[in-house]
Design a protein around this ligand. Structure first.
Ligand SMILES: NC(=O)c1ccc[n+]([C@@H]2O[C@H](COP(=O)([O-])OP(=O)(O)OC[C@H]3O[C@@H](n4cnc5c(N)ncnc54)[C@H](OP(=O)(O)O)[C@@H]3O)[C@@H](O)[C@H]2O)c1
Length: 244
């Protein structure tokens, strides 16, 4: 069902993006791997090839709009179109509001929301012309519930969840562009490495839940992208069994 599909994965250099690329690579697809860390992407591309899929590596900083739009031009020059965009890149330097970590607030808004929008802009015209496409936005359970310390991250992920539902209404019935939002609970990845607020780090250190693995989310994404064309899996929440 996925054979030869052109699939772009953002945030492919680690965690959920990397696991998703590896899982989909088993299907004989054409994978475009985007993130900033080129060496990680190149190592992943080798694994993708070994699994029988084609890989294109595009190092890109999602904060830079011109760079993102240029990256999607390169994808279109090589493959002609994009079947699936997995809009996964993001960061989570959570902190309490009174710490006033403005640079971290900016970065979350720039990558989690604006970067995701630039990628949508990179594929929308082509998908609309072909009346075919699938955009997977990776939000979070933090796009449905709030917690102290998560305010700005919550704001970005509530934004992604709301955007996804509005996109589905605008784009799916009219242009046959399917929209899925994936909302994971805690997953063991590098995501917490950008946290600088010691109070948050201390509270995370006390958490005693067995988190999900990146591959658990990759399987949810694979489920969404392998449904027949008349099925739009609009929203998938995946929680660790032990998380409230
Ligand atoms: N882990 C969780 O508990 C969890 C739960 C719910 C939702 N999520 C969401 O899942 C998504 C993937 O996160 P993850 O858990 O897999 O974390 P991760 O391992 O830290 O992966 C984040 C990815 O985003 C990329 N990225 C960050 N800033 C970027 C930028 N400026 N330009 C381009 N790429 C950038 C990183 O690549 P480079 O550093 O190489 O650029 C990396 O590949 C995120 O949207 C996150 O919010 C995660």
């Amino acid at each position: 069902m996925l054979k030869d599909k052109v699939i772009v994965v953002t945030g492919a250099s680690s965690g959920i993006g990397e696991a998703t690329a590896l899982l989909l690579a088993e299907q004989g697809v054409k994978l475009v791997l985007m993130a900033r860390r080129k060496e990680r992407l190149e190592a992943l591309a080798q694994k993708v090839n070994d699994l029988g899929s084609e890989a294109m590596v595009i190092p890109v900083d999602l904060v830079n709009r011109d760079q993102v739009l240029e990256a999607f031009k390169q994808v279109h020059s090589r493959f002609g179109y994009v079947d699936v965009l997995i809009n996964n890149a993001g960061l989570m330097p959570v902190s309490f509001m009174d710490k006033l970590k403005l640079d971290e607030w900016d970065r979350m808004i720039d990558v989690n929301l604006k970067g995701l929008l630039y990628c949508i802009a990179g594929v929308l015209t082509g998908m609309k012309e072909r009346k075919s496409g699938h955009i997977i936005n990776v939000s979070s359970v933090a796009g449905r519930r709030v917690w102290p310390g998560f305010a700005v991250y919550n704001a970005t992920k509530f934004g992604v969840t709301a955007l996804s539902e509005a996109m589905r209404m605008e784009l799916t019935p009219t242009f046959n562009i399917r929209i899925t939002v994936i909302e994971p609970g805690a997953v063991a990845t590098e995501l917490t490495q950008t946290i600088t607020d010691q109070d948050i780090l201390d509270s995370f250190a006390k958490r005693r839940i067995t988190p999900l693995q990146a591959n658990d989310i990759a399987r949810a994404i694979k489920y969404a992208v392998t449904q027949p064309e008349h099925v739009n899996v609009s929203e998938v929440v995946v929680m660790p069994s032990a998380q409230m």
